[in-house]
Design a protein around this ligand. Structure first.
Ligand SMILES: *Cc1c(COP(=O)(O)O)cnc(C)c1O
Length: 348
């Protein structure tokens, strides 16, 4: 017999990409930034005294809210900080999705959404992307008991984006709030931050893990209208962000010069990588993120993933039921990408 709730017994835990803790790897499997973060981050963390650490952190991360507000052009009270944007997704799901309810998400997309619905005892109600990674009105149909819709934009694993105009259309037809997961928006030409002011049902989450090179620090945030943030503040853990990460994240978001320089480098490498992989015969949808979704019309992909791993190059091999498989390769530094391309040229 089990003491767990039945939905926990049957839960598929989220399976993260491999994170080797030892040895030298070229890591292109979990979309981390290949470059070190802004030096201002380490300086800010180093400036925290032992005495500060004896005290609990600021429960709402006021310093970060103020800094992010001025960067994004929204009031500080419209920002909720979290222990990574995964924490934000957890808080929003917990607050909105009831047992027996449904969470709408496209497919294939970020697999955590299904786990979060499962923890609630709710169902994930997925709608498949079209073959060109557009999303039909099926996303807003059959919405009985749908209490939250989540959309990664840019999407993972495809790297593709839905236009802001399309997001507005979808949000207006949904009977529930729409969370736009913008973990990769800094690498994209377009984002949805300004929609939050126009539509109280639209929320936008951001992460410092990718575009600020801080995956090891754990910091993310949500932008939504004040009435929503106020409710969510009651749901989050009291001290969900620690003093060190608040200091680091505040310094990171203040250094927009670093972010835009870093982003330019990644986007340049992304173009070069897209072209080189295209020359090898891979099909790659246009990426607005820091990774590429690669399929191949003739060459099997799993053996490629395995061969690369033998060479200590990690990429993500993904297999989606009713959809097919692919390699998701992060945009690394130029040297990392060149090493990966050199191996691939010998394999395909
Ligand atoms: C990486 C990622 C996240 C989580 O980011 P963290 O801030 O590290 O928790 C959320 N959504 C998507 C689509 C991601 O790829």
């Amino acid at each position: 017999m089990s003491f767990f709730r039945p939905n926990i017994d049957s839960l598929q835990g989220y399976v993260a990409g491999q994170q080797p803790q030892q040895g030298k790897w070229i890591k292109l499997n979990t979309n981390e930034n290949p470059y070190p973060p802004s030096p201002a981050v380490m300086q800010a963390i180093g400036g925290i005294t032992g005495e500060r650490l004896t005290r609990y952190p600021d429960p709402v991360a006021t310093a970060f809210r103020q800094q992010a507000a001025s960067v994004l052009g929204v009031p500080p009270s419209w920002i909720l900080c979290g222990n990574g944007s995964d924490d934000i997704l957890t808080v929003v799901t917990r607050a909105l999705v009831a047992e027996g309810g449904r969470l709408r998400a496209p497919y294939p997309s970020y697999l955590l959404y299904e786990t979060l619905a499962g923890i609630q005892g709710a169902q994930i109600a997925t709608v498949p992307y079209e073959r060109d990674w557009s999303l039909s009105d099926a996303f807003v149909s059959d919405c009985e008991k749908v209490q939250l819709a989540v959309l990664a934009n840019p999407n993972s694993p495809s790297g593709t984006i839905l236009s802001r105009a399309r997001i507005v259309e979808l949000a207006e037809k949904l009977p529930c709030p729409l969370l736009v997961d913008e973990a990769y928006a800094d690498f994209s030409d377009e984002n949805c931050i300004r929609l939050v002011a126009e539509n109280e049902r639209i929320m936008v989450s951001r992460s410092l893990s990718k575009s600020y090179a801080l995956a090891g620090m754990r910091f993310g945030f949500l932008v939504a209208q004040e009435s929503i943030i106020e409710r969510l503040l009651c749901v989050k853990d009291s001290y969900n962000c620690d003093t060190l990460s608040i200091a680091g994240a505040t310094a990171a978001i203040a250094d927009q010069a670093w972010r835009s320089e870093n982003c330019k480098k990644i986007v340049a490498t992304r173009s070069r990588m897209t072209e080189a992989l295209g020359d090898l015969g891979f099909d790659i949808p246009p990426s607005q993120a820091n990774f590429l979704w690669c399929t191949h019309p003739t060459v099997p992909l799993r053996p490629i993933y395995e061969r690369l791993r033998e060479e200590r190059i990690l990429v993500r091999y993904m297999e989606y039921a009713d959809w097919g498989d692919g390699l998701r390769i992060s945009v690394g530094s130029d040297e990392q990408v060149d090493a990966c391309l050199m191996m691939l040229r010998m394999m395909v």
